[in-house]
Unconditional design. Structure first.
Length: 202
């Protein structure tokens, strides 16, 4: 499975990440799009042509996605290859996140933003978020899932101990994009720029 396809021209980066896992395009049977913004779906035409993957997106975002002829709508609580779909609207109307329940890895798209300097996690950027009130409610939703690791569309991933940090963020009464929460991270080049996140052999 690949979650998000990055900007136009990102297929090579995704292919390289797959190769590092000992995989290839043959292993990609599902492509999940967290939302319709071009930095997350721009690579879809290349990925779709390289694979026979089924493409999925949040139901309310599908109308704005181009690059694939047939996109399956997703709703909160749906499951794809063992991953749970969590509706996280606000950044866009149909934004979704996905959780691997066994490892508790959360792919948050742009519902959350990792700090580039490794100083914490914040809510979505108001400059690019359609409905900030709804987006902040989605942050609180994500905090209830006790994720261990969070991969973001933008910023460094949280590799461990994400749950308490998300709870702290969700409890904040100020703009969630401006609340720092300290953590320690290691750089994951395959996911930090939102160029596509291969998830094991799914």
């Amino acid at each position: 499975m690949v979650v998000d396809t990055g900007v136009d021209g990102s297929a090579g980066d995704i292919e390289e990440a797959l190769d590092e896992l000992g995989l290839g395009w043959w292993a990609v049977t599902h492509v999940v799009l967290t939302h319709h913004h071009p930095d997350h779906v721009g690579g879809l035409p290349e990925v779709a042509s390289a694979t026979d993957a089924r493409v999925y997106a949040g139901a309310d975002d599908i109308v704005s996605v181009t690059g694939a002829s047939d996109i399956t709508p997703l709703e909160d609580g749906d499951e794809i290859a063992g991953l749970r779909v969590i509706a996280t609207p606000g950044h866009t109307p149909g934004h979704i996140s996905v959780l691997e329940p066994t490892t508790r890895v959360l792919v948050a798209g742009d519902a959350l933003v990792g700090r580039a300097d490794g100083s914490g996690v914040s809510g979505p950027d108001p400059a690019y978020t359609q409905d900030m009130e709804t987006a902040q409610a989605s942050v609180r939703t994500l905090a209830t899932y006790d994720a261990e690791t969070v991969v973001f569309g933008h910023g460094e991933p949280l590799e461990a101990g994400a749950g308490p940090l998300l709870e702290e963020l969700a409890a904040a009464r100020t703009n969630l994009h401006d609340v720092p929460t300290p953590h320690h991270v290691a750089v994951d080049q395959a996911s930090r720029q939102g160029v596509g996140v291969p998830l094991e052999r799914r």
